[in-house]
Write a protein that binds this ligand. Structure first.
Ligand code: GLY
Length: 583
């Protein structure tokens, strides 16, 4: 029998629930009180009283803390961190990509800024198919066709203008200095240049000239990396505002690069680009309020959906890392990712059934189909093609200021160093976000995600994302600010930050360090990090899960706010060089 977590089958599912092996009905949680890093915890967060920044790069974090100390608010600091990461973390930090900002003020107003890339107007539905009609991932990942019109500069400018307090030029100054004077390459960048850089950057002379030494070897740990062209581009934005990027000298460089190499982004695409303010997705989980990113990200909807499903189970009683808790979470994830493939896309082009997907009733109907003892094969939920998937690049940072405003930003070039193409003399790496569209229904993208009509390529459309900047509030006050890179695994990584904190009472550093797992429906595989006991994994196999131990997932950057207002920051130990710091 074909079964799927499908809102059209809501009525059917509710009816069937009487006969399906069932779950504890809305079992009360027996969660322990949340820890704020007491002595007998194993991992400890960084503490501060006035402001905190958590990012993947120590230099960028320091830029944010300096802006807060100068009197800037969390939005100012976030914008400055975003520009700094474009210099110090070129794997994902960017001017040539896009992303999402979620913010919540101390008074409780939540909003989000969508600065996701847009397909150029000359893009077309089958542009990534070869002559045989098969999806060609080289085209969507490493060619000049791979890039969508970038949104980061517009997004940061809009955020600063509407919610910041300092001039854009002040927020750009630290990035300009880092690019102009250079900075010392850390292990994380050196490692990524060595592994991914060679694959994507070396083929392009402009990129090679920046990220490789004249002898053709990549910059190494301890070398000073100077990016004069990028410094010039940043300086132009500081002097002329975002028009420098979308209409001026930088637009000429991008459009020129595209015209010369068969790319599609033209000056009209750049001039027409707009960042959009959108209402966040919100929900509740065991009395906490959850805010996250709406479409064109799928993150918020599916985090709320999965949490709604999990509310029907007493995870705290099952225990962290227990086979039962992992089983229930993995099953819930399968249903959510199946829905993702069907319903999610750019809301400016398709009607996303947002209310239905995040409704408690729908979640209950799915929960009633979940058997704690036995996994439902993904093929019974919806058949699909199984493909491997890797890659982890995107970056997240979180900021909280002394007024209590919280900002969560996830932005990206898509895979490491994006398309690997630097636009002309701009020093700006371009994204390969077009791969996030579904090139062909049922064919997985680089993250193994399949999609359908809702996420087909269309001119001026934004590709579906999984980026999930998320804020959780308790008693009306911001409590947890979090997010992560990780492609399709972003949603489940962020979900586990919430569940570890709410259900298992972990302090924010423990919640970050705890081993993670992930199921995305297709492939039918329960991906687990090292660190779960072999006994647990065997129990999961016995329940029917196809367990595979694979490399670490995610790199969360989180801030938790204690009841007395103390800020607790935690950067993910999975990434070298990241840092939470405050004052
Ligand atoms: N590029 C990965 C994502 O947006 O989900």
């Amino acid at each position: 029998m074909m079964m799927r977590g499908n809102i059209r089958q809501l009525g059917w599912a509710v009816m069937m629930s009487l006969t399906v092996v069932s779950v504890a009905d809305a079992a009360p949680a027996s969660a322990p009180p949340v820890s704020y890093g007491v002595e007998d915890d194993t991992f400890h967060p960084v503490r501060a009283q006035h402001g905190m920044v958590a990012s993947v790069d120590a230099l960028a974090t320091q830029v944010g803390v300096d802006i807060l100390r100068q009197g800037g608010n969390a939005v100012d600091a976030a914008v400055a961190v975003g520009f700094a990461l474009a210099v110090t973390h070129p794997q994902a930090g960017n001017l040539g990509g896009g992303g999402f900002m979620l913010l919540r003020t101390a008074s409780g107003r939540a909003t989000s800024i969508d600065f996701r890339e847009m397909a150029p107007t000359r893009a077309s539905r089958d542009m990534f198919l070869d002559k045989q009609g098969n999806a060609d991932s080289k085209l969507s990942l490493t060619s000049h066709l791979a890039s969508g019109t970038p949104g980061s500069v517009a997004g940061f400018a809009l955020a600063a203008q509407k919610y910041g307090t300092l001039p854009l030029s002040t927020l750009l100054a630290p990035a300009i200095k880092l690019a102009r004077d250079g900075y010392i390459v850390n292990d994380a960048l050196a490692d990524d240049l060595k592994t991914y850089g060679k694959e994507v950057l070396l083929a392009h002379p402009n990129s090679k000239a920046i990220f490789f030494k004249p002898d053709g070897t990549p910059w190494q740990t301890g070398d000073r990396l100077v990016q004069k062209n990028l410094a010039h581009s940043l300086q132009l934005i500081a002097q002329q505002g975002p028009d420098a990027f979308y209409k001026g000298e930088i637009a000429d460089e991008i459009a020129g690069e595209m015209a010369q190499h068969g790319g599609l982004i033209g000056k009209a695409d750049l001039a027409a680009y707009r960042a959009v303010e959108r209402k966040p997705v919100s929900g509740t989980y065991r009395g906490y309020e959850v805010f996250s990113m709406p479409p064109p990200s799928s993150g918020g909807i599916h985090i709320v959906q999965i949490l709604n499903i999990l509310e029907n189970f007493d995870l705290a009683k099952m225990g962290f890392g227990s086979a039962d808790a992992m089983q229930v979470i993995a099953e819930a994830e399968k249903y959510a990712y199946a829905d993702r493939s069907e319903y999610l896309g750019d809301p400016d082009f398709v009607k996303v059934p947002w209310q239905a997907l995040t409704s408690k009733a729908y979640a209950k109907s799915i929960a009633q189909q979940i058997d704690v003892a036995k996994a439902r094969p993904s093929s019974e939920i919806k058949p699909g093609k199984l493909e491997p998937y890797e890659s982890n690049q995107t970056t997240h940072f979180s900021v909280v200021d002394k007024q209590g405003t919280a900002v969560a930003v996830t932005y990206t070039l898509n895979t490491n160093f994006g398309s690997g193409i630097v636009a002309g003399n701009s020093g700006i790496l371009l994204n390969n976000e077009m791969d996030d569209f579904s090139a062909k229904p049922g064919t997985p993208n680089v993250y193994g995600l399949v999609g359908g009509e809702a996420n087909a390529v269309q001119p001026a459309k934004r590709p579906l994302s999984s980026m999930s900047p998320t804020i959780v509030a308790k008693g009306g006050k911001t409590w947890l600010v979090t997010g992560s890179p990780g492609g399709s695994r972003i949603i489940t990584t962020v979900l586990q930050m919430v569940v570890n904190s709410v259900d298992f009472g972990m302090n924010v550093a423990e919640a970050t360090s705890a081993p993670r797992f992930h199921h995305q429906w297709l492939p039918d595989q329960l991906r687990v990090e090292k660190g779960f006991s072999p006994d647990t994994l065997r129990l999961l196999e016995n329940k029917g899960q196809h367990v595979k131990v694979l490399p670490a997932m995610g790199s969360t950057q989180s801030i938790m706010i204690g009841p007395d207002g103390t800020l607790y920051g935690a950067s993910d130990p999975r990434t070298p060089g990241d840092l939470s710091a405050g004052y």
